[in-house]
Design a protein around this ligand. Structure first.
Ligand SMILES: NC(=O)c1ccc[n+]([C@@H]2O[C@H](COP(=O)([O-])OP(=O)(O)OC[C@H]3O[C@@H](n4cnc5c(N)ncnc54)[C@H](O)[C@@H]3O)[C@@H](O)[C@H]2O)c1
Length: 251
């Protein structure tokens, strides 16, 4: 029997990368999964690839009406989630920059999706979960939130630091309502998000040299800890950050 039998999980940014790997693994562990993405076609194709226990919903996390409508649609269909992975995010390579050179528009677009979008996902997850007695919320954080790893990416790093703070605040506020909130912190993980690094041998070697385990992460490296946090095995874990970063921030 899978570890997530009987659970329904929504994963934002589920069309690609880490979100797709997590949703695929959740389904293998017996969960029904919802791939929520602003790329509705990509999410639908990914859901079809997973099978009948998966469905897709088109949702831009930075648009509150779209987030609220998606949760309402799922509730009406009997797919209200017990687990929400707030994973969707952007990193604006070529635009994000050290602070003195950073355009306000790039700052706003990044914060709007990564921080405000995560807040909106969490807000509507709570509204759905609290009346049903609880649930597990998992955020995808970043080493850039906790050290100087993202020094050339001011907006991205600040958005991720905000997410880590949001996770702790919401965990504290809702612990007595059966809601657990945890953050998973992957290191450099080869997905379409970081193509600007992985397609440039020098940048790739430089970032891997800062990971003590000596390799890039894969989306599957992140999936296992998320299964634990989504499952009843993680029942006593809340407000925590789980590093899956090859030792990047702990060694
Ligand atoms: N790849 C890495 O090295 C790495 C490292 C640490 C943290 N992360 C974080 O992991 C998460 C997933 O990253 P990834 O590498 O899988 O990225 P990705 O670009 O491969 O996939 C991101 C997905 O999110 C979706 N998305 C983007 N903006 C959205 C929005 N406004 N609403 C809904 N969906 C939206 C995209 O359409 C895409 O399907 C992000 O939060 C990222 O910051 C990634």
């Amino acid at each position: 029997m899978g570890q997530l039998e009987g659970k329904t999980a929504l994963v934002t940014g589920g069309a690609l990368g880490i979100g797709l790997a997590v949703a695929t693994r959740f389904a293998r562990e017996g969960a029904r999964v919802i791939l929520a993405d602003r790329n509705g076609e990509g999410a639908a194709a990914a859901a079809a690839g997973i099978g009948e226990n998966a469905r897709a919903v088109t949702m831009d996390i930075s648009n509150e009406d779209a987030v609220a409508a998606a949760f309402a649609e799922l509730e009406a269909a009997g797919w209200a989630p017990d687990v929400v992975v707030a994973n969707a995010g952007v990193q604006l390579f070529g635009q994000d920059a050290p602070a003195a050179d950073l355009d306000l528009d790039v700052w706003r677009r990044t914060i709007d999706i990564n921080l405000t979008g995560t807040f909106l996902t969490v807000k509507h997850a709570l509204r759905s979960m609290v009346p049903r007695g609880g649930g597990s919320i998992i955020l995808t954080g970043s080493p850039t939130a906790v050290n100087g790893e993202g020094k050339d990416f001011t907006a991205y790093s600040a958005s991720k630091a905000g997410m880590h703070g949001l996770g702790r605040t919401v965990a504290a506020a809702y612990a007595d309502k059966g809601i657990r909130v945890n953050t998973v912190q992957p290191a450099y993980t080869e997905t379409p998000l970081v193509a600007a690094i992985s397609e440039d041998p020098e940048s790739r070697a430089a970032i891997i040299s800062r990971i003590p385990i000596g390799r890039a992460g894969t989306p599957d490296d992140v999936a296992g800890i998320m299964v634990y946090l989504a499952s009843d095995d993680g029942a006593f874990a809340t407000g925590a950050t789980f590093q899956v970063d090859g030792g990047m921030t702990s060694l």
